[in-house]
Design a protein around this ligand. Structure first.
Ligand code: PMP
Length: 370
């Protein structure tokens, strides 16, 4: 019955009864649940960010540079140093987190009557981008070890003729990185889709990849339908700043400029991102220790008899548990918050500081009776 407290709202039927997406934000001593970087920005970085934000603040009566040209130049330089691939600023796009970057992609290349294809288990926001842009969502399967079979992926593209393929590499929640040969097979299948197909490689965790694992940035040359998405939320430890970006051919980036809201990237955000990029080498040093901590965590979990997915990210997926919720709750009761996500029976732990990982191991020993 409509009433002043329960008015009739014309909610889109597909949204009826849905809860907003998001992991529980709990006040717990050890937070290992949303793949954040456990290291806050250093005093140097904080001081630099504050100084640049103060400069930006003096111009806040004006709208920001809509095309964030200076930030694009800085991102080009960063990507050249990080992966050896030199782009031009017209190949870079940025937004409020890579979530918004990917929403822009779906706004431009998805839409009613079109399909976005991905391969499960994968990042749980992907179906939400599809829903919010009225794009049909199809999830193919990964193999039992969470790798992607190139021939199966190509066959799925042929069958579903998507206008967008989303590939997370390293994948969340499994940590699995894709060999370039698999991405190339997907690109070849996508090139055969009538009307075109954009392949998005989501490298949100790209900087954590193990030595010798290449970035899909290397494939940009010669693939005008490839977009490689990155974020400053993970390796840079700037999740709170909300800065994501992608690299693609200039024509693809131009299509995203059409769907973005005007001035979507605030002057403050641009200033924060640019200041942090100047400190990229120091921030990357922490990535090295997080990688080492990740490898040690995977080895320890395996030594306890768990199955652990190979990880190129800053988290590990482990199991199996008959009652994963009980284990998750038991850890939470001991002040350690991890994530109940992924296939049934598995849990995901983000990599924290050495002290946090000790707390995680001690709690797990108790809860799992190791
Ligand atoms: N892609 C993947 C695979 C992720 O796991 C995440 C964050 N959890 C994102 C993209 C989005 O991150 P952000 O919006 O902070 O850049």
């Amino acid at each position: 019955m409509p009433s002043p407290s329960r008015p009739v709202l014309p909610l889109r039927p597909e949204l009826a009864g849905l809860e907003p997406y998001g992991a529980p934000q709990l006040d717990v001593p050890v937070l290992l649940n949303v793949n954040e970087n456990p290291y806050p920005p250093s005093d140097d970085v904080v001081a630099d960010i504050a100084a640049d934000v103060a400069v930006a603040a003096r111009g806040l009566n004006r709208y920001p540079d809509r095309d964030f040209r200076a930030l694009r130049v800085d991102l080009v330089d960063y990507l050249a140093r990080e992966s050896g691939v030199r782009l031009v600023p017209e190949q870079v796009w940025a937004a409020n987190g890579s979530n918004e970057v990917m929403l822009h992609l779906l706004q431009a290349f998805g839409g009613p009557g079109r399909t976005v294809l991905s391969f499960a288990p994968t990042y749980s926001m992907y179906p939400e981008y599809a829903r919010d842009t009225a794009t049909a969502w199809v999830a193919g399967r990964r193999e039992d070890d969470f790798t992607l079979d190139a021939a199966a992926a190509a066959a799925a593209i042929k069958e579903h003729t998507p206008s967008v393929v989303l590939l997370a590499s390293p994948n969340n929640p499994t940590g699995t990185a894709l060999p370039l040969a698999t991405v190339e097979a997907v690109l070849a299948a996508a090139a055969a889709v009538e009307g075109g197909c954009v392949v998005v490689v989501d490298e949100a965790y790209g900087e954590f990849r193990r030595a010798g694992v290449p970035s899909a940035l290397e494939l940009l040359d010669g693939h005008p339908n490839l977009a490689v998405s990155r974020t400053m939320s993970k390796a840079f430890g700037l999740a709170g700043a909300r800065v994501g970006y992608l690299a693609a051919a200039p024509a693809l980036v131009d299509a995203l400029r059409v769907v973005r809201l005007p001035y979507h990237l605030s002057a403050v955000t641009q200033a924060v991102a640019r200041a942090a990029l100047r400190h990229a080498p120091a921030l990357m040093a922490q990535v090295g220790s997080l990688r080492a901590e990740r490898d040690a965590t995977v080895a320890w979990l395996r030594a306890q008899g768990f199955t652990v997915a190979d990880s190129d990210a800053n988290f590990a997926l482990f199991g199996p548990f008959d009652d994963r919720h009980a284990v998750w709750q038991g850890l939470l009761d001991r002040g350690v918050l991890i994530r109940e996500v992924g296939p049934d029976g598995w849990l995901r732990v983000s990599i924290g500081t050495p002290e946090e990982m000790t707390a995680f191991r001690d709690a797990l020993v108790e809860v799992a009776g190791l």
